[in-house]
Structure formats: structure tokens, C-alpha cells
Ligand binder design. Structure first.
Ligand code: FAD
Length: 387
């Protein structure tokens, strides 16, 4: 792949200042007194999708009364000593199921408190097929085959979940019964269907081992209030803990607060529609890496990065200084960008750009469709203007 020739790479610094874009030239720069100014011809934002400075913490009654140590995973103290301590982890998402077995190794006991269950499945941390392929094939061939195997397997289980949710629920329940027995099933049986929210994977059954050994346990219940020593649940139960970890999620935020300004006007994210899942209507020379919610996140980021390189090379070859997608088709309806019902998605849907009902504004969440559109698809279409 060619690199972006003479164009200066876009550099960013960690601040909240505006990025100024010129709608006529597409040139991006930064203007703010007292800060360093970087200019670039094309801005590629690899800024993730959430607020990095702090995570989401609900406001519980009595929160301030707790006298023990409170930790949010996004602000993990380097010197947190939890050996032999009673830990309460609030939440049951990817962060909680990662933390619980890791902390259970040395903690006195870890309780995972969940308001509602999450689907959890186990997978080996070592890919045996990939390891076997590496022994008999050159590295690159083994890597390509393993990667495709994983893409196809993930696509198969996602499609099965959407088309036959009851079958998928039975398969997941079978796994829980085999790991922990029937009595634990209610703690792993959500009200929603598989892939309405992301599934959690525990490597080598580590969390199940921690529960079986008695080092960890799960409580499903709603917090009524915090006390000086722990939390009280709405059913009257009390859980005391030396350390409470609020694994309650992240605050979804595009560009982490960075403000885009085009022709002197700030770009309002919620008014925008994403073009091919990476650029925004009427915003020139800005693209953003965004991943899949139903597969490996970076699978889509890879395709987006390839496309951005193709786009920049194309502009260099033709002497274009800027490109901008224009939403001219009145039959394109605006739709929510994500069809997930996770708390962190629902909290942010009103703030993020939409997707459109038709190509090239429709988000696929499908690697094969994106492969065709982003790796092999035309760069010049009726929507993108080049100047
Ligand atoms: C708990 C958890 C578990 C996950 N598990 C998986 C998983 O199993 N598989 C998977 O594929 N994905 C998973 N993900 C998604 C994961 O975030 C992505 O796979 C990957 O980290 C995204 O890479 P990225 O480079 O796009 O963003 P990040 O790795 O999030 O990097 C973005 C960077 O941009 C910086 N930045 C943001 N805004 C600004 C700004 N305004 N100025 C300057 N710098 C800025 C940030 O500080 C950060 O360094 C998980 C995410 C979380 C939170």
C-alpha cells in the first residue's frame, strides 16, 4: 500500500481544542492561543469511541458515605493492594468478567454484583487450530487461514444468534450448566437475546474456575443505597467490602471531545450522517476509524485505514486538495448508528452521528459487505465531491 506521499500526516495532541477545517480547501489546522498548532491536509481520527478521562458511574443514594476504597477501572490506582481483601465489583460487562478472576487470585473474596445477567461463554486462550497451522505452514499462510477461520466462525455465531436466538440461548445455557451446574443458570440468563448486547468471553473458563473454587461469587440484585461498609440491595441484603470497583461502563463519545469547525461553524455530531461509516456529510478531509460492535472491533478499523490510504493516494494522483461527502439524496432516512441496547450505547445515541438508510450511508456491521465496499469499491461516487 502506498503511503500518503507528500501530504503531512495529521498529528494531534491530547487536548480539547478545536480542529479548524476549511470547507473550500479542506485544509485542517488548529487555532488556540497558548497551544501548539499542527496543520495537515487530511485528518484521520483514531480516537476510539469513549471518554478516556473518566468512566460512567451511576449516582447511587448514599454513595459518599462509603468509607472503604472506591475504584473505577478507568482510574485504577497503580498501588492498589487488594491481597486478602473483600472486593465488590459492580457490573457484569467485559471489564467486570476480566477483573473478577484476576483479582480473585489474591483477594480474600470477590463478589460480582450485577443488576441483570450477561451472556458469558468460554473460549480457549490458545487457538489450537492456529497453532497447528503454524507448525505446518509458513507464518503468513497460517495467519491468513486462522484469521479467516475466526472471521467466519464469528459471523456464523452472530447470524445464528439473530436468526435462531432460542437455539443460541440453549447452547449458551448448556455451556453454563457444564461449567457451574443448573443452580447458577439464572445469573447467566439475560432478559434480552444473544447479541442484543455484546457477549462476554472468558478465556479458559477463568471466571468459572474462580466461582467454583469459592474465591468469587455472583449476586444478581439492584442496589438500594451505599452504606459506610458496603451496599444495601433492594431485597434488604447487605454486601460489605473493603474495596468497591465500579465496573459500570464507559461514556461513549466520539473524538473524545475534540471539536471540529468547518468554515467557522462547529460541527454538531448528532446532525451528521456517517458516509461509509468513516466520514461525515459536509466535513471535508476528515475520516474516523470506527469498529464493529458484533465482531472484532479492529477488523473494521483495518478496512477503514486501507480505504483512507486509498483515498489519499487517489487525491494525490489526481491533484485533488479536498474531498467531501454530500448528502443530496432526500430519500435517505436517518437511522441510529448502533442497533445495540447496551446502557452505554443508549445513553449516547442522541449525541452521535446517524447512519443513513441507503448505500453509501448505511452501516453494515458485516465484514464481507465492507470488504467489497472499502477494499474494492469505487472511490468516486455520486456522493463524494473531489476538488
Ligand atoms: C472493556 C473493553 C473490552 C474490549 N474488548 C474488546 C475485544 O475483546 N475485542 C475487540 O475487538 N475490541 C474490544 N474492545 C474495543 C477496543 O476498544 C478496541 O478493540 C480497540 O482498543 C480500539 O482501538 P482504537 O485504536 O480504535 O481506539 P483506542 O485503543 O481506544 O485508542 C484511542 C486513542 O486515542 C486517544 N484520543 C482520544 N481522543 C483524543 C483527542 N481528542 N486527542 C488526542 N488523543 C485522543 C485516546 O487517548 C487513545 O489513546 C474493548 C473495549 C473495552 C473498553
Amino acid at each position: 500500500m502506498k503511503r500518503p506521499g507528500s501530504r503531512k500526516a495529521a498529528k494531534t495532541q491530547r487536548n480539547r481544542k478545536g480542529r479548524r477545517g476549511d470547507g473550500e480547501t479542506g485544509r485542517q489546522g488548529e487555532e488556540e492561543k497558548g497551544s501548539k498548532v499542527f496543520t495537515c491536509s487530511f485528518l484521520y481520527l483514531c480516537t476510539g469511541y469513549y471518554r478516556y478521562e473518566e468512566g460512567y458511574t451511576p449516582e447511587w443514594p448514599g454513595f459518599g458515605e462509603y468509607k472503604g476504597t472506591l475504584v473505577h477501572p478507568q482510574k485504577w490506582p497503580e498501588d492498589l493492594d487488594y491481597e486478602g481483601k473483600r472486593i465488590l465489583v459492580i457490573g457484569s460487562g467485559a471489564t467486570a468478567v476480566t477483573l473478577v478472576p484476576a483479582m480473585a487470585e489474591t483477594a480474600g473474596h470477590v463478589t460480582m454484583l450485577q443488576r441483570s445477567p450477561t451472556y458469558v461463554i468460554t473460549m480457549p486462550s490458545q487457538d489450537r487450530i492456529a497453532n497447528a497451522l503454524r507448525k505446518i505452514l509458513p507464518d503468513k499462510a497460517a495467519y491468513t487461514l486462522s484469521r479467516w477461520k475466526n472471521i467466519l466462525r464469528q459471523g456464523f455465531f452472530y447470524t445464528l444468534s439473530r436468526r435462531r436466538p432460542s437455539l443460541m440461548k440453549r447452547l449458551i445455557a448448556k455451556g453454563i450448566r457444564a461449567e457451574l451446574g443448573e443452580e447458577h443458570l439464572p445469573d447467566f440468563t439475560p432478559r434480552y437475546d444473544p447479541w442484543d448486547q455484546r457477549l462476554c468471553i472468558v478465556p479458559d473458563s477463568d471466571m468459572f474456575h474462580a466461582i467454583k473454587s469459592g474465591k468469587a461469587s455472583i449476586v444478581t440484585g439492584e442496589i438500594d443505597s451505599f452504606t459506610e461498609t458496603g451496599v444495601r440491595l433492594t431485597n434488604g441484603d447487605v454486601i460489605d467490602a473493603d474495596i468497591i470497583v465500579t465496573a459500570t461502563g464507559l461514556i461513549l463519545r466520539l473524538m473524545d471531545g475534540l471539536e471540529l469547525i468547518v468554515d467557522g461553524k462547529p460541527v454538531i455530531h448528532r446532525e451528521k450522517v456517517a458516509y461509509k461509516g468513516m466520514m461525515y456529510n459536509d466535513v471535508p478531509n476528515v475520516a474516523q476509524a470506527f469498529g464493529y460492535t458484533n465482531a472484532s472491533w479492529t477488523l473494521k478499523c483495518d478496512l477503514t485505514s486501507e480505504y483512507v490510504c486509498r483515498l489519499i493516494n487517489h487525491m494525490d494522483e489526481h491533484g485533488y486538495s479536498y474531498c467531501v461527502p454530500r448528502l443530496k439524496d432526500p430519500t435517505v432516512a436517518r437511522e441510529p448508528a448502533l442497533d445495540f441496547n447496551s446502557g452505554y450505547v443508549l445513553r449516547a445515541l442522541d449525541e452521535i452521528p446517524s447512519q443513513g438508510s441507503k448505500h453509501p450511508w448505511r452501516l453494515h456491521q458485516n465484514y464481507f459487505k465492507d470488504l467489497r465496499m472499502l477494499r474494492y469499491g469505487r472511490l468516486e461516487d455520486d456522493t463524494m465531491e473531489f476538488h
